[in-house]
Design a protein around this ligand. Sequence first.
Ligand code: ADP
Ligand code: MG
Length: 477
Amino acid sequence: MNPEEIWNAALNQLEIQLDRGNFDTWLRGAVFLNIETGEDAAPLFVVGVRNSFAVDMLQNRLYRTVRRILSDVYGCTVELRFEVYKSAPHAEVPVMDQDMPPMFRFLSQQDTSAPAVPLHQQVMPPERPGIPESELNPRLTFDRFVVGGANNLTYSAAMAVADNPASVYNPLLIYGGVGLGKTHLLHAIAHRCRAKNLRVIYIPSEAFINDLVNAIRQRTTAMFRDKYRSVDVLLVDDIQFIAGKESTQEEFFHTFNALYTFNKQIILACDRHPRELDQLEDRLRSRFEGGLVMDVQLPELETRIAIVESWAQERGVRIPRSVSEMIAQRSRSNIRELEGLFTQIVAKSRLSAQPMNMSAAEAVLERFEQPRNHARQRRAITLPQVLQSTAQHHELGLKDLIGKRRTGRINHARQIAMYLARELTEASLPQIGEALGGRSHTTVLHGYNKVAELMEADDMFRYELLALREKLLKGDE
Ligand code: ADP
Ligand code: MG
């Protein structure tokens, strides 16, 4: 493996180990630029990121994590330097993940390095151009989806829909936890339908929301409608993100009806059953449930082994059965994690030019588990700690936070406490409400959603909140 491949393998690993917000915000699209090696100094990786904000964040807060993982993949301790990446956009395409949401693809292609631009404009560009339609990942096809007992039916349903759109199951909704193959199946359906010259749009719901927001702002809603209502097959991934977003739900409802009425196929993926989606309008819920609802589950051991072996074949590596078995056995939460483990073990054996054997794999697995245990320990945060830190951070007293007063500042801090409590502690919504002075669980949920929305819309706010969160996790406040 060359240094670029090593960086990409480490990035893969980071995606698994960091939480999604951190990864997407700071690291997604980070590219290998250069490696500097000296006589007796540790090799220095120079990595390009999208703006000076990300450089700052990575250098100050995430340095140790990134270095540890990169060192693991590389095989000895390395140093890192982050720089704003200002090369031509084309140069970065090959190293970018096809799965990257269009917004990040767009952001990471922006040249935000010009020093004259003030920071607030760098992170909040006044006008964001429309998001290009999502592309399909050529790797995610039916052929590459390994079928086993657990997902047999869902796979068959996906095939049936791809072969006979709008005539068997409409809509088809696939739900299940992260990394279990939902996106893979959606892409596979989309590929097959495109091969038949059908007009297909695959879009993650975040991009749909963004597209809508832009259309409203630029007064091009008619075009927006035409675009989504003139397809034969519409696939919307991660539909859970439209929960709580009223105007998106309104628009989606009409899109749905228009397509359905004209006998067009709709396929949705969701991280849970639609009945468990809080804040989804009933009329949408009943439509989502009105077709075929299928789940994806973690495949059983034999299928997981087969998946690992299919990856090995695809990449032309030889992997003894004992090793693929060990990887499959060790990874019990999802296929994405399985992929991360596999990538690391392959990287390791290539780097050391050693064949893959049990003991080499064992060593990688050991290291893989450590950070996870560590992450679990870090999560043992209590409600009082959250309240304390949030109050302190906002220069308020604990009494203010749990009291009755509802001035803008206090209310804002309170909602942040709700958000952090739900993210970082094991407490239930009613427990959080109780700790915050006897508030109802719906109030807590509302506060949580408010903050989550703000995080999406306002980069400055997200930066500040992530900093507070990091502080809490480190326990230095
Ligand atoms: P989700 O959308 O459910 O979070 P993905 O579809 O992104 O999950 O799957 C995560 C990774 O696991 C992808 O690389 C995908 O190709 C792979 N994967 C999941 N299930 C299977 C399977 N049955 N066979 C082969 N690869 C799979
Ligand atoms: Mg997905």
